[in-house]
Design a protein around this ligand. Structure first.
Ligand code: X8Z
Ligand code: ZN
Length: 578
């Protein structure tokens, strides 16, 4: 019997209700597992997730019944969302769905529990936050190498799991009519999946010259610090010397490469420490930024139920995250916060997720998402771009605002975090796409990873790596199966948002000195985009805030223009290239 339009509408409604219900249960189980990693919580989380995924796959399959019907806009969009928005597609098979969920929960636990014990299992062990601190602060190449390789002893245990994980998800994606999981992920951007991949290349092309200038300059600075034996000037950068476990953001080596005559005169980490900030105060400060734009304060339950610091007495997943538990007011973050500039920024990043979630809660549940994944990641980052010297002075953290002669220093610090991140943001899913489509096999997982690291970032491993290593597994988003393209998009979008906001505020100085703190008009326009959630294609959401429907890297280029010019002068006579 042919399906009718009325049946399609009823189907979308009941799908929404069922997934909401199972999603809330899976979310609570996942919260408990991530806050209290044990054998039992892992099983409970796997079971709840299995029920959710099985239902989601069943509904996505059934939705095909209504193909070809002339449906109203919302029903068509919801049925499409059912088919494209599942990150972990499971095969249409109960046993395999259970196995997939178990592997997923196990990899999450393995990553969350991961530690490195330099003197063997009986000695003191370092957690990932401990090691991140060393990566940020140490300038001892041997110590950095030890911690860098030490963290990478955790992931080889996940390699076999990951291989099976990929096979099972691919089977699930094929059951839903996609060639592989990568194709399924790429289909979730309101445009042709191949056009989307080309769009990423276009955006990367816009900002690549900035990255290359920074790369060349930083290589020279590292060679000066560590010697040309450790950092040869004609080779990619060694991955352990960039101030970050994954060499993804380089702001922590600012002191090594600071422009000699442009000292901003302050270090945000020191300001926070000297002012006696703790984790909660950092979050309160982030909240007041949003309040200054006209957003309501966070609910009492946020403060009661969030996790702000690493507990001493149990194992938790320390990677920062933001949660909406019931699609209403139960929003929370979970972070192992240290009092430093990186985590101050991350606090804003996570709060951005929470304010977005709350803004779209009145949409129907299948629209509880970012306009695309990149939007979700860009909200808090855009706010954090407004953490300028002026803002820091306004909130009493900084006494004297440095004059324009400090601009190169301020821009360098930002570029080390934001420009350096872009190729990493792109390559993580390039790697996964190659894994999903079979270009890479378990034997070539690691080699393929380092080929991409070299190609996009111009970064190399500091020691020999083999097929037994599983270095991609040392990055949270691989074992936890979080798509990474979202962060690349956010790396572009946050500047586009920032520029639109500053234009709206009537700012006519340099973009990096603009702070939208206190501007309710900007807040209102921003909220107009946030409250749409995923109810419209992302170009509409983009337009609602910025007035244009195209993603564009030109705001990144504009923001860093003075630095780019200066880097070109510095790099004169250098042999650049990766
Ligand atoms: O994973 C995150 C957030 C949670 S959505 C802390 N980020 C990426 C990463 O850490 O690799 C933010 C920046 C990129
Ligand atoms: Zn995020």
């Amino acid at each position: 019997m042919n399906a009718t339009v009325a049946e399609a509408v009823a189907f979308a409604d009941s799908a929404e209700t069922l997934l909401y219900d199972l999603g809330v249960k899976a979310g609570r189980a996942a919260w408990v597992q991530a806050n209290f990693i044990t054998h039992d919580t892992e099983i409970l989380a796997a079971e709840a997730n299995e029920a959710y995924v099985a239902a989601a796959v069943g509904l996505a399959t059934e939705a095909a019944r209504f193909n070809g019907l002339d449906l109203d806009y919302d029903t068509a969009r919801k049925l499409n969302a059912l088919r494209t928005s599942l990150t972990m597609p499971a095969p249409n098979d109960a046993a395999k769905t259970a196995e997939l969920s178990q592997i997923s929960a196990r990899m999450e636990s393995t990553y969350g529990r991961g530690e490195y014990c330099p003197d063997g299992a009986d000695g003191e062990c370092l957690s990932l936050p401990d090691m991140s601190q060393i990566m940020a602060q140490s300038r001892d190449a041997d110590e950095l190498l030890d911690v860098w390789t030490g963290w990478r002893t955790v992931s080889p245990a996940m390699r076999t799991d990951y291989q099976r994980f990929v096979d099972l998800m691919n089977e699930g994606a094929r059951d839903l009519g996609f060639t592989d999981v990568g194709a399924m992920w790429r289909s979730n951007y309101d445009m042709d999946p191949d056009d989307f991949a080309a769009e990423l290349d276009r955006l990367w092309g816009q900002v690549q010259p900035l990255y290359e200038g920074l790369h060349c300059y930083v290589r020279a600075g590292l060679a000066e610090e560590y010697g040309e034996d450790t950092v040869p000037l004609d080779e990619p950068l060694p991955a352990h010397l960039l101030g970050n476990m994954w060499a993804q953001q380089w702001g922590n080596i600012y002191d090594l490469v600071a422009p000699p005559t442009a000292d901003p005169g302050y270090d945000l980490t020191e300001l926070l420490v000297d002012a006696g900030y703790d984790a909660r105060r950092m979050v309160e400060t982030g909240e007041s930024f949003f309040s200054s734009l006209g957003f309501d304060p966070l609910p009492e339950t946020f403060w009661e139920r969030s996790l702000f610091t690493k507990p001493a007495d149990r194992e938790v997943v320390c990677h920062a995250s933001a949660w909406s538990m019931d699609g209403a007011d139960d929003i929370r973050i979970k972070m192992c916060t240290s009092v430093n500039a990186d985590d101050f920024e991350t606090v804003h990043h996570e709060l951005g997720h929470n304010y977005y979630q709350r803004a779209y809660k009145d949409q129907s549940p299948l629209y509880w998402d970012g306009a695309n994944g990149g939007f979700h990641e860009a909200i808090g980052d855009m706010i954090a771009l407004s953490i300028t010297p002026d803002y820091l002075q306004q909130i009493g953290l900084l006494d004297d605002v440095p004059d324009a002669s400090s601009d190169l220093g301020l821009l360098m610090k930002r570029a080390l975090d934001k420009v350096a991140f872009l190729p990493f943001g792109l390559l993580v899913d390039r790697w996964r796409w190659q894994v999903f489509d079979g270009t890479l096999t378990p034997e070539t997982y690691n080699e393929g990873w380092w080929n991409l690291r070299r190609e996009y970032q111009g970064v190399r491993p500091p020691t020999a790596r083999t097929a037994d290593h599983f270095d991609p597994g040392g990055k949270y988003h691989i074992p936890n199966n979080v798509s990474y393209t979202r962060y690349f998009i956010a790396g572009i979008l946050q500047f586009q948002f920032h520029k639109a906001a500053c234009d709206l505020a009537g700012w006519d100085g340099p973009l990096h000195r603009c702070s939208i703190y206190g501007n309710e008009e900007v807040g209102e326009r921003f909220n107009a985009m946030l409250e749409m959630g995923a109810s419209q294609p992302w170009p509409e959401a983009l337009e609602a805030f910025t007035g244009t429907s195209e993603m564009n890297g030109s705001a990144v280029v504009e923001y860093f223009a003075p630095l780019v010019e200066w880097l070109e002068e510095q790099n004169q006579g250098r042999n650049c290239g990766m």
